[in-house]
Write a protein that binds this ligand. Structure first.
Ligand code: GLC
Ligand code: GLC
Length: 833
């Protein structure tokens, strides 16, 4: 069953009832100021870092799940009737409800006893504030005297400390109210030079800043006393829980609509100009005041919204497709690209499943996320690469995570995830193929953020490669270290102490466990780098890389093949993991995907065999499981993977991130139908009809869907912040549709599944616009389905009227050019790998 519908023209998902299976969220902000917002106005906001600069409170793991938000309250001052126009937190009866999640904004509209309220929340570009544009309409036949309350609960900045350090925090909360604006000032008197504010466009009749005063004793946000009574009490918070609540009176004539705006934001003052008059201890509001006032004006709000829409049109305009498959089109054109930008901005920090106080920017995660947004914001991708490389260590290894506020590696987690460095190579390759900017390889970048250690980025990549080559195990395969892509396969850990981190514990010295996955990843990365080194004239380095890749392929041939699929690893004792010789965990998905993507086994039939094994043993209607059979008991030798109940997360869950690797592998092995089939099994839009089973948002990917062994098979978790987004985008656009940026041109190599008609693609590339039409050749259609024949490939490419050999459309003749490409597909007698 569904809880809403896609509005493709407006690029919105329209939720038509508030009680979705889980809160369905959206993101506000794309630069420095961010927020999450649920379909019932839950969520919170922060400046840059969801842990260290949290503006408002949110209660994770609450009942109901989603509590803390941008809550408005309405009161009918004639009858005393009160309600929440966003349903939560009062869960009021509403005569109509609709939430539209759009790109960077969310609009929640509802009707209750003849009063329609529509609230649009967004962050204007370039600002560190959010606007709530509230429009109230009186649909009654008589005048409506109303009170409107806008509220937030302040977080005392560090979200972790805020949720734990009560002995201090109950004494330090401070606010100031000046000209109707509530300023949150906690710790401003001492070391902070930032503060938050909450303001309203209409004259307020009262406010509250002490939570107890607003809610009343022993009451929650679902039943505030001030709302019930119709009057705030101008309370001032001294310690305890500071909030901002503002009350406005609206006297609406029949049919009248009134707009009221609230603005919530973050501001900083220069260190030496915090107070006015100097030395008075009073907040200097002179800089922020005009910013607040401007954003309360209707014309400014409309213009900011327009600018936001235009920005998204521009970003998404980098790649638009029309394939006739609505699920692929809507994900690629809108939601998948949007999710890619969100993962770019937030990595794994803040969602309904990521508390904002845990992980910072993951090295592995951010490098992969980049694959999905590099074509939209190449300059920001460049900066991200340089930031990531600067957290690399001189060994070539990398800090596993870094903090976005400081850009320094995270000591608590450290290094030793032996796949990390290879992802940097893939990210740089993707960037260079997109932009042609080979000069980035000469960019000086420090190691471990230490000034004075700068070396060209190229040196970082060499060390990344050497890191693997210098850490080979007994079978000539890469040592796994703490873990590879699968954080939960901890083969050198041996933890029997509750609470110990599986990732940072090594209870036995001399870990020699090896990873076939890293071997495949290494070959993929090395082969990408060969092209770049050649283009830079570094023939010797290209030869070295080729030889290293060949040796690694040989090691996989000798020790990585199990007979019908690729093995996963060798454990601490040299025994195979992911082998028919095991009782459980016989086949893992990751090495099948990555080895075939690296080209291993494509020529001798092993790739096909491995993919057939996946189809037979791991594929379910809800996606491809990570491994089978799932582990039934905790196994000290395997680590966290066996700690999960069967069917969840890495223990046999459908870890969606890995599925696109299999889609790409299927395309490479000549089976585009198989690729599309897998694609549609986890495509959120294609799963919309089973929203009651899937439960997460139908417009974005989730990290995981419960596997066959789980009682809740098909249920998704951990939506939004996952590498699944970038990889599915790559699989759909670069492999199924076959539009791939390369150093010397745009590859146009669609492998369209049978039954597909003509396909149109608009792709911005190197400053030009390629308008690509893919057409099936008019041959006798043996299947008679009218579409292009099975496994058809490009046989003719006509670029601006000129026929071209091969499938590479040349680089644009000049920036700004519009290039017309016609690709004709024909059935090939033999399917080349
Ligand atoms: C999570 C992590 C990612 C890891 C994956 C598999 O998604 O963010 O880095 O590769 O789990 O364990
Ligand atoms: C847990 C998760 C895994 C994630 C890791 C990050 O182990 O199962 O998916 O990558 O945490 O620390």
């Amino acid at each position: 069953m569904r809880y809403g519908a896609f509005d493709d023209d407006r690029r919105e998902y329209v939720i038509d009832r508030p009680d979705t299976p889980l809160p369905w969220i959206n993101y506000l902000g794309s630069e420095d100021y961010f927020g999450i917002i649920s379909n019932t106005a839950g969520g919170y906001s922060f400046f840059r870092d969801a842990r260290l600069r949290r503006l408002t409170r949110y209660r994770y793991n609450n009942a109901p799940l989603d509590l803390g938000g941008r809550y408005l309250y309405l009161r009918d001052d004639e009858t005393g009737d009160t309600w929440s126009p966003s349903w939560q937190p009062m869960r009021s009866e509403l005569d109509a409800y609709e939430c539209r999640h759009g790109l960077g904004y969310t609009t929640i509209a509802s009707r209750h006893s003849g009063i329609r309220v529509e609230t649009c929340s967004f962050v204007p570009l370039g600002e560190t504030l959010e606007v709530w544009r509230v429009r109230a309409t009186n649909e009654r036949a008589r005048p409506a005297p109303l009170s409107l309350f806008g509220t937030v609960e302040w977080c005392l900045w560090d979200a972790q400390d805020d949720a734990t350090n009560f002995q201090r925090n109950y004494s330090i909360g401070e606010v100031v109210v000046e000209d109707g604006v509530i300023y949150h000032m906690t710790e401003y008197r001492e070391r902070r030079d930032h503060f938050a504010f909450f303001a309203c466009s209409a004259p307020i009749v009262g406010f509250d800043t002490a939570r107890d005063a607003f809610l009343g004793p022993y009451r929650g946000w679902d039943r505030p006393l001030a709302v019930e009574r119709g009057a705030t009490s101008d309370s001032m918070a001294h310690g305890w829980q500071p909030i901002a609540a503002e009350q406005v009176k609206l006297e609406l004539a029949p049919g009248e609509t009134r707009q009221v705006a609230f603005v919530l934001g973050y501001a900083e003052n220069p260190r030496d100009a915090k107070f006015h008059p100097a030395g008075s201890g009073r907040l200097d509001t002179r800089r922020v005041r005009p910013v607040i006032e401007r954003h309360l004006e209707p014309a400014v709000i409309e213009a900011a919204l327009e600018t936001l829409h235009a920005r998204w049109d521009e970003l998404l305009g980098a790649l638009q497709v029309a394939t006739g498959n609505e699920h692929l089109d809507r994900m690629v054109n809108t939601w998948n690209a949007y999710q890619n930008m969100v993962t770019f901005n937030l990595s794994r920090s803040a969602s309904l499943f990521e508390s904002g106080i845990g992980r910072g920017m993951g090295f592995r995660d951010s490098n992969q996320d980049l694959l999905g947004f590099v074509h939209m914001v190449p300059e920001r991708a460049r900066q991200r690469i340089l930031d990531l490389a600067a957290t690399q260590l001189t060994s070539g290894g990398a800090y596993h995570q870094y903090q976005p506020l400081t850009k320094r590696g995270n000591d608590a987690v450290g290094s030793g995830f032996n796949d990390d460095p290879a992802w940097l190579v893939l990210a740089v390759a993707a960037y260079v193929r997109e932009t042609g900017d080979l000069a980035i390889l000469d960019e000086p970048v420090p190691y471990d953020g230490e000034p004075g250690t700068e070396r060209p980025l190229d040196d970082h990549l060499r060390r990344a490669i050497d890191y693997t080559l210098e850490r080979l195990g007994p079978h000539g395969l890469p040592l796994i270290g703490r873990a590879d892509w699968n954080d939960c396969l901890n083969l050198n850990c041996f933890s029997d102490t509750p609470g110990e981190s599986f990732q940072t514990t090594e209870n036995r010295a001399g870990g020699v466990a090896e990873s076939v996955f890293i071997a495949g990843l290494f070959v993929l990365a090395a082969r990408e780098l060969i092209g770049i080194e050649k283009a830079r004239g570094n023939e010797a380095e290209a030869r070295r890389l080729r030889a290293a890749a060949d040796r690694m392929v040989a090691a996989v041939d000798d020790h990585g093949w199990d007979g019908a699929w690729f093995r996963r690893a060798y454990d601490f004792f040299g025994d195979p993991v992911g082998s028919a010789a095991n009782d459980e965990g016989q086949i893992y998905v990751e090495p099948q995907g990555i080895c075939v993507m690296a080209g291993i086994g494509l020529e001798d039939g092993r790739a096909r065999q491995a993919l057939d094994s996946v189809r037979e043993r791991l594929a379910t209607p809800h996606g491809i499981m990570l491994q089978q059979p799932a582990y039934g008991e905790y196994d000290l030798r395997l680590g966290e993977i066996s700690s999960y109940p069967p069917g969840y997360k890495e223990n046999g869950g459908i870890f969606c991130h890995t599925n696109p690797w299999l889609m790409i592998a299927e395309v490479l092995a000549g089976n585009p139908e198989g690729a599309l089939d897998y694609y549609l099994r986890i495509n959120p839009s294609a799963r919309e009809a089973i929203s009651d089973i899937h439960r997460c948002e139908p417009y974005v990917y989730a990290q995981m869907i419960a596997g066959r062994d789980a009682p809740t098979h098909g249920e998704a978790k951990n939506s939004w912040l996952t590498g699944t987004a970038a990889w599915n985008y790559v699989a759909a656009t670069q492999w199924i549709l076959g539009i791939r940026p390369e150093l010397h041109g745009l590859r146009i190599d669609p492998r369209l599944p049978a039954g597909w008609g003509d396909v149109e693609v608009i792709r911005r590339f190197r400053g030009a616009t390629y308008r690509i039409s893919v057409r099936a050749a008019a041959t006798d259609d043996a299947e008679g389905d009218g579409g292009p024949p099975h496994a058809a490939r490009v046989t003719r490419l006509v670029v601006d009227g000129v026929p071209i050999e091969g499938s590479l459309a040349p680089l644009p003749p000049s920036p700004g050019a519009v290039i017309l490409v016609e690709a004709v597909l024909e059935r090939s007698v033999e399917i080349p790998a």
